[in-house]
Write a protein that binds this ligand. Structure first.
Ligand code: XMP
Length: 512
C-alpha cells in the first residue's frame, strides 16, 4: 500500500483517489501521527501532501525522520516538496507573491514520472497554489520541469527514487496529473495496480462486521444515493441487525418519500421506519434565517428523531450515515483537523456532542462517482445510482431566509418542473446537480392586466467530477426560457426566474 502523509491541504483525499484509480490501496494519516502509522502500515511508498503551513516558519510540520531514512520511493506535492527540500539540505524561501491557479510548465529532461506521457521541450498545463518556493535543490536532485514562477516545478532524485512537484497533480485542473501519479505508483514504486471496488466492498463488509459485532444499527436514509448505498452495504454485512429510518421533515423533493419507501421495503425487503416529523422541523425552523443555524438545527433534530426511534427499536447502539469525503473535508476543522471550515455539513459538523450512538460511516473515504460505482457493484437500480446529489438539510438550504411550509411547497413545485424538463430534454445525466433556490426577494411583474409582487426563483445546474469544484451548466438556447415560462405560469408565488452562472470556487454548489 501507499501511505499518504496529510499536511492539511484541502485536496489530500484527491491524492488517495488518484492512487485508487491507479489500482492501489492507500491510507491517509495526519502528519502528527505519520511516524507511528508508517511503522504500523509498512507501506511500499509514501506521498507527502500539500498544506497551508510554511516550512520557513518555526514549528511548521516536518516529515518523520524514519520515513526520510526508509529508502522508500517518495512523492512530494507542494508543501511536501518544500519539506523534502528543506529536510534533505536544500533551501525554501517565502515568495514575494504566490502563484495560484493555472500555469504552464516546460519539460526540461527525461524522468520516470513522464513515461509514456511527456517528452522534453513540451509545455503542459498544471494547477499551482503556493506562496513559498524552492530556491536551492537538496544534494542529489535535478530539475526535470520548470515554470516561469517555479524554476523547480518538478525535481527528481532518481537514485533515492524521490520525486517532488510544486503544483498539484491530484486536481483535475492538472489534466495529466492522474497519469503522473499513476506513473509514480506503477513505475517508480513498482506496484501492480489490481485493486478494485469489489475489494473495497469486501474490505468494508469485513470492517463493518468487526465494528458492529452483534450490535444493532440504525441508518438514516435521506433519499439520496449516499445513504442508500451505505444502507445496502451495511445490510449486506449484518442483515437484519440493520433498521433504516427515513425522516420526513418536510424538506424533501416531490415524490421522494414514496420512492425511498417502495425501494427499500418493496424491492430490498430491508426493515424501514418512516417517520413523519414535518411539524417538528417546521416549528423549529420558524424564524431561523442564518444558514449555519439552519444546518445545526436540522442536524440536531435528525439526530433527536433517530435517538427516539432507536429507543423504540431497542438496543441500537450504532448510527449509520452515508457521509462522503467532501462532507468530511469541508467540516473537518470541527473535528480538530488542519483545514478550514466552509460549511458544517449536517451529517458531520452538526452532530451534537451529546449524541450517544457510535457512528458507522463506510463511505467516508469515497467521492460521489466512486459511490456510484459501488452502488452498481451492489446492484442498486440505475435510476437511483444516477440520481443527482441532494444535501442532508434538503430544501431548507435552498430557501435563503426563513423556511416555512408554504415556501417549501412553492419550491417543491418549481423544482419538480425544472427537473422534469431536464429529463425530457435528455440532459439529466450530463448534469452533476440541478435544483432551484427560492429567494427571499420579491420583484414586481405584470400578469394579465394585473401587477404582481412575488418571489424570485434562481435555477442552478452544475457539472462537476467530485463536488469539490464545479462549473455552471450551459443549457441549449431555448431551454431556460421554456422552463421559466412554465414555472411562472404553473407555480403561484413566483413571478421571476434567474439563472446562476457562478463556478465553485468562488461559489459553493448550494447557496447556503
Ligand atoms: P457545496 O454547497 O458545499 O456542496 O459546494 C457540495 C456538494 O455537497 C452537497 N451538500 C451536502 N450533502 N449534507 C450532505 O449530505 C450536507 O449538509 C450538504 N451540504 C451540501 C451539495 O448538494 C453538493 O452536492
Amino acid at each position: 500500500s501507499i501511505l499518504i502523509v496529510d499536511f492539511g491541504s484541502q485536496v489530500t483525499q484527491l491524492i488517495a483517489r488518484r492512487v485508487r484509480e491507479a489500482g492501489v490501496y492507500s491510507e491517509i494519516v495526519p502528519f502528527q501521527s505519520a511516524g507511528e502509522a508508517f511503522a504500523r502500515i509498512k507501506p511500499a511508498a509514501v506521498i507527502l501532501s500539500g498544506g497551508p503551513a510554511s516550512v520557513v516558519d518555526e514549528n511548521s510540520p516536518r516529515i518523520p525522520q524514519a520515513i526520510l531514512d526508509s529508502g522508500l520511493p517518495m512523492l512530494g506535492i507542494c508543501y511536501g516538496q518544500q519539506a523534502l527540500t528543506e529536510q534533505l539540505g536544500g533551501k525554501v524561501e517565502k515568495g514575494d507573491s504566490g502563484e495560484f491557479g493555472e500555469a504552464f510548465i516546460t519539460v526540461e529532461d527525461e524522468c520516470t514520472l513522464f513515461d509514456g506521457l511527456w517528452a522534453r521541450g513540451e509545455r503542459h498545463q498544471v494547477w499551482m497554489s503556493h506562496g513559498d518556493k524552492v530556491t536551492a535543490l537538496a544534494p542529489g536532485f535535478r530539475v526535470v520541469a520548470t515554470s516561469p514562477g517555479a524554476p523547480y516545478a518538478i525535481i527528481a532524485n532518481d537514485e533515492r527514487r524521490i520525486y517532488a512537484m510544486q503544483f498539484h497533480p491530484e486536481v483535475v485542473h492538472t489534466p495529466d496529473g492522474a497519469k503522473l501519479i499513476a506513473n509514480f505508483v506503477r513505475h517508480v514504486a513498482g506496484l501492480t495496480g489490481d485493486w478494485t471496488m469489489a475489494e473495497f466492498r469486501a474490505a468494508k463488509i469485513a470492517e463493518i462486521r468487526e465494528q458492529v459485532g452483534d450490535g444493532r444499527v440504525i441508518c438514516g436514509l435521506s433519499g439520496g444515493v449516499d445513504s442508500s448505498v451505505a444502507a445496502l452495504l451495511i445490510h449486506e454485512a449484518i442483515g437484519d441487525q440493520l433498521t433504516c429510518v427515513f425522516v420526513d421533515g418536510g424538506i424533501l423533493r416531490q415524490g421522494e418519500a414514496e420512492q425511498v419507501v417502495s425501494l427499500f421495503r418493496g424491492h430490498y425487503n430491508i426493515p424501514l421506519v418512516h417517520v413523519d416529523a414535518q411539524d417538528l422541523f417546521m416549528d423549529g425552523l420558524a424564524g431561523v434565517t442564518d444558514p449555519e443555524a439552519k444546518r445545526k438545527f436540522i442536524g440536531k433534530t435528525f439526530i433527536d428523531v433517530f435517538e427516539a426511534e432507536a429507543k423504540k427499536i431497542g438496543g441500537a447502539e450504532f448510527l449509520a450515515q452515508g457521509t462522503l469525503y467532501p462532507d468530511v473535508i469541508e467540516s473537518v476543522s470541527f473535528t480538530g483537523g488542519p483545514s478550514v471550515t466552509i460549511k458544517s455539513h449536517h451529517n458531520v459538523g452538526g452532530l451534537p456532542e451529546r449524541m450517544n450512538m457510535k457512528l458507522v460511516e463506510p463511505l467516508r473515504e469515497l467521492f460521489k462517482d466512486e459511490v456510484r460505482v459501488l452502488g452498481r457493484e451492489l446492484g442498486l437500480p440505475d435510476v437511483f445510482v444516477g440520481r443527482h446529489p441532494f444535501p442532508g438539510p434538503g430544501l431548507a438550504i435552498r430557501i435563503p431566509g426563513e423556511v416555512t411550509r408554504e415556501r417549501c411547497d412553492i419550491l417543491r413545485k418549481a423544482d419538480a418542473i425544472y427537473l422534469e424538463e431536464i429529463r425530457k430534454a435528455g440532459l439529466y445525466d450530463a448534469i452533476w446537480q440541478a435544483f432551484a433556490v427560492l429567494l427571499p426577494v420579491r420583484s414586481v411583474g405584470v400578469m394579465g392586466d394585473g401587477r404582481t409582487y412575488d418571489s424570485v426563483l434562481a435555477l442552478r445546474a452544475v457539472t462537476s467530477v467530485d463536488g469539490m469544484t464545479a462549473q455552471a451548466f450551459d443549457f441549449p438556447g431555448d431551454f431556460l426560457p421554456r422552463v421559466t415560462t412554465r414555472i411562472i405560469n404553473e407555480v403561484k408565488g413566483i413571478n421571476r426566474v434567474v439563472y446562476d452562472y457562478t463556478s465553485k470556487p468562488p461559489g459553493t454548489i448550494e447557496w447556503e
